[in-house]
Design a protein around this ligand. Structure first.
Ligand code: IFM
Length: 448
């Protein structure tokens, strides 16, 4: 397995999930967290990991882990507290942060929208795409001279699904038609922001999609059709327009049937304004979906698995590195010439510090080893993968699930803010030092 020279080994976080409030403007997520029952455990992100104050410590952790890249987001509600004007102090902060990363030899990968938009804004409005471009412009003005990798939107499908279709994320809207419209505006925002970013030489702009391979539950024609329908709904509806193919006809027909009307909010020229602007594709991969046919509208398919006795994270998600390998190979064949980057991959494993003060998260070590190996197999098969960014650098605020799920390579004690590098973090450091060759599995038990 040979990873190319310059391959970026890193980890990621996002502003809202780690920074804490500390003077940022009101965000749609602040409003959402105040809704009774919206967040498990009733928590909010007013403190989170306190990274707005402890950022120097975080850069030291990144250095200690030997990461070559760090994905973080600028808080939209921090940079534009009222949604319209950039706060120079917020930009100063991110400038200092980026400079510290560069001094540590770490490549910054900057996300613009990792969900904390200013209060009062909504992707249901077309104008939000333009507001987003002006925010992108303000950040780029300061940082495009030293940040190469820019992610415009994080997980458009999840934004539409959880924020506007199911109401489980901010802004808490539960309406299918609004969700489809919001998803379109998120993509328009990508196009508008990418245009602004491309005014700066050398910038690589892309969006990060949450991609879930969809497999049929059985070999029946109906289940194959269900898997294809689900793939359109979850993956192709975003992939295809972003990478220049326009909206897929089958999913568009599905929406028009389900909603009972044309997608009038997709105006002439919109698909052209979304496509052809991605210098790379960010892939957030966690698990896959197993699909069966269902009679019900609006979705003639349902998720029935993975079921049974498969390896799972503590959140119950199937662990399937082979599906990541196949996804990367399939994407590289379908979109040759588009570099790929794993912008998120990780699992919830709730291990806590033990009496020796260490966190023996052996299952995360195995997860990491196996997913990196899967990426390596895809690279060997010809996929142009430029980096692997583990989710997450540290335990953090997991949105509506609060602080229970722990995704980090670094454990955070939320009462004190104390960070402890987990065994998986130490393992990753050795893997990185070996250029991606898993250190001849330092027998996993050695960590336990
Ligand atoms: O924590 C989130 C992240 O913000 C977006 N992608 C999925 C992660 C884990 O659920």
């Amino acid at each position: 397995m040979s990873f190319p020279d310059g391959f970026l080994w890193g980890a990621g976080t996002s502003a809202y999930q780690i920074e804490g409030h500390h003077g940022r403007g009101e965000s749609v997520w602040d409003e959402f967290c105040r809704r009774p029952g919206a967040v498990e455990g009733g928590g909010d992100a007013s403190r989170a990991c306190d990274s707005f104050l402890r950022w120097r410590e975080d850069v030291e952790l990144i250095r200690e882990l030997g990461l070559g890249a760090y994905r973080f987001s600028t808080g939209w509600s921090r940079v534009m507290p009222e949604g319209t004007r950039a706060d120079p102090k917020a930009l100063d902060h991110y400038e200092r942060f980026v400079d510290a990363l560069l001094d540590a030899g770490v490549e910054p990968v900057l996300t613009l929208n990792h969900w904390d938009m200013p209060a009062g804004m909504s992707w249901a409005e077309r104008s939000t795409a333009h507001a987003f471009a002006s925010y992108a412009g303000a950040v780029a003005e300061r940082l495009a001279d030293r940040v190469t990798w820019w992610i415009t939107q994080n997980e458009p499908w999840i934004i539409a699904l959880l924020g506007y279709q199911l109401g489980l994320h901010a802004p808490g809207v539960a309406d299918l038609g609004t969700a489809v419209k919001a998803g379109h505006h998120v993509l328009l925002g990508h196009g508008a922001a990418a245009d602004v970013l491309h005014a700066h030489a050398g910038v690589m702009a892309g969006a990060a999609l949450s991609l879930f391979p969809c497999d049929p539950a059985t070999g029946s024609e109906a289940d194959w059709a269900a898997a294809a329908g689900s793939d359109g709904y979850v993956n192709r509806w975003y992939l295809d327009p972003l990478l220049g193919d326009g909206y897929p006809a089958d999913t568009r027909e599905h929406w028009e049937r389900a909603l009972g009307h044309d997608l009038a909010f997709v105006l002439d020229g919109d698909e052209a304004a979304i496509g052809g602007r991605s210098d790379f594709l960010g892939i957030n991969y966690y698990t896959r979906r197993v699909m069966a046919a269902a009679p019900a509208d609006p979705f003639p398919w349902r998720v029935v698995g993975p079921s049974g006795d498969v390896a799972r994270t503590d959140e119950g998600w199937e662990i399937n590195p082979g599906a990541l390998r196949d996804l990367l190979i399939g994407l590289s064949r379908r979109f040759p010439g588009t570099p790929l980057m794993i912008t998120e991959n990780g699992g919830v494993f709730g291990d806590a510090p033990t009496h020796d003060g260490r966190v023996h998260d052996t299952r995360r070590i195995a997860y990491l080893r196996d997913h990196v190996a899967a990426v390596g197999e895809a690279v060997d098969a010809g996929a142009d993968v430029r980096g692997y960014l583990h989710w997450s650098l540290m335990d953090n605020f997991e949105w509506a699930l609060g602080y229970r799920p722990r995704f980090g390579l670094v454990h955070v004690d939320y009462a004190t803010g104390v960070r402890t590098i987990k065994d998986s973090g130490r393992y990753y450091a050795r893997l990185i030092a070996g250029g991606g060759t898993a250190p001849a599995l330092p027998r996993i038990e050695a960590f336990g």
